[in-house]
Write a protein that binds this ligand. Sequence first.
Ligand code: ARG
Length: 459
Amino acid sequence: MSAKLWGGRFRKDSMDSLVMKFTSSLDVDKILLKYDCLSTKVHVEMLEKTGYVTPKERKEITRALDLLIKDHDKILAGVKGYEDIHSFVQDFVESKAPQAAKKMHTGRSRNEQVVNDVRLYCMEEITAIRRLIAELEMSLVELAEENIKVIIPGYTHLNHAQPILFSHLVMSYVEMLERDSSRLLDARKRVDMSVMGSGAIAGSALRLDREFTARKSGFSGISANSIDSVSDRDFIVEIVSAISMLGVHLSRISEDFILYSTGEFGFIDIGEEYCTGSSLMPQKKNADVLELARGRSSFFIGALASLLTLLKGLPHAYNRDLQEDKRHLFESVSAVKDELLVLSRLVGTITVEEAGIAAQMDDEFLLSTDVAEYLVEKGMPFREAHAVVGAMVRYCIDNGKGFTGLDVRELKGFSEVIGGDISRILSHEYSVKNKKTPGGTNPRHVGKEIKRWKRKLEI
Ligand code: ARG
């Protein structure tokens, strides 16, 4: 049980146990221990430099903090009865260096201390999440490369649209994920500043060296306004927002893989070690990992909504409500890291099922757009070409035929411009190879993209 950091003005020296339970954030913020110790070490170094603690006092405090960093698991196990991690750290140092510890909190308040700790946590975690995104991207690039030539039906409205390369689809996931990574990197710019020296709200009358503290802690600079420093939680919202977007992307990728692995599609197979079975139906092999990844996005979105709701209408500057921000951040970070890791491993087990794909590729109407563009190349206005091919499709359906089943007389009946050369374009391979625009599904273009990504990801 700890002494309070604020006991002086209170007559009673104990808090109702219910209040302690209700107000304590220790269970959630113990994750900040490492950052709290590191930033306290820097703070005390600054206090020594500015003459508020002696070198001996600094050494004693630092020794206690180092001990805490080294043995944190053991020391923290079963610890209860503290308001938060900051109170615990103060109490621990007091137990090791009672006199020196009294100076440790000089020129700081928990209002900026907690923000500083969370900023340090975010800088590290953003890097960790981005690394995991890169790992998933690598798995996807490898999947694309292994199956570079496989053609599947491209779907719009979940209906057959045009032939596309499976690898092109997989590389589209890499593009999405890279945007998520860059959103996190962008958010990091606004995380990267020290708020120490904000003095709870108004700044400090002590000669604190804010720049020194910032640099020594690994921040690029200092915040400009002490009120904003303790109020601002935008940086957390931005990160959870980027994670939510990432979670939605992972959910969409998962959904594609779920669909493609069903008996109905049969385009891919997922490694058994990443699937589960049914307790009742012996034949089942379910894509539960992907389903959970699809479902988990709801959690991130909930966290984002909670954070925004927490901030809406909150008066400046610090209010205890803000303590509630951390659970959403920490849980989102931890969940998205788990998800990225399991998905990158799962992607490594995916194999393409040629038979299932072949069954769906037995559809010449996938080439309708190619026929329309063939007519445009012959000089026909596009709207007219669209109508002509529409009529061809109608005729084929009515007569149980495909485009290649139409003879010259039937073809000429739709348009005089159709020549024997149409047979050249009526294949899925030709369709993808004939795409000319950058960004399209032409195998040469997709091959280049795969190479570009391999260089970028250093595979
Ligand atoms: N545990 C608190 C939080 O997470 C730390 C700041 C407490 N400040 C205060 N004045 N009660 O926000």
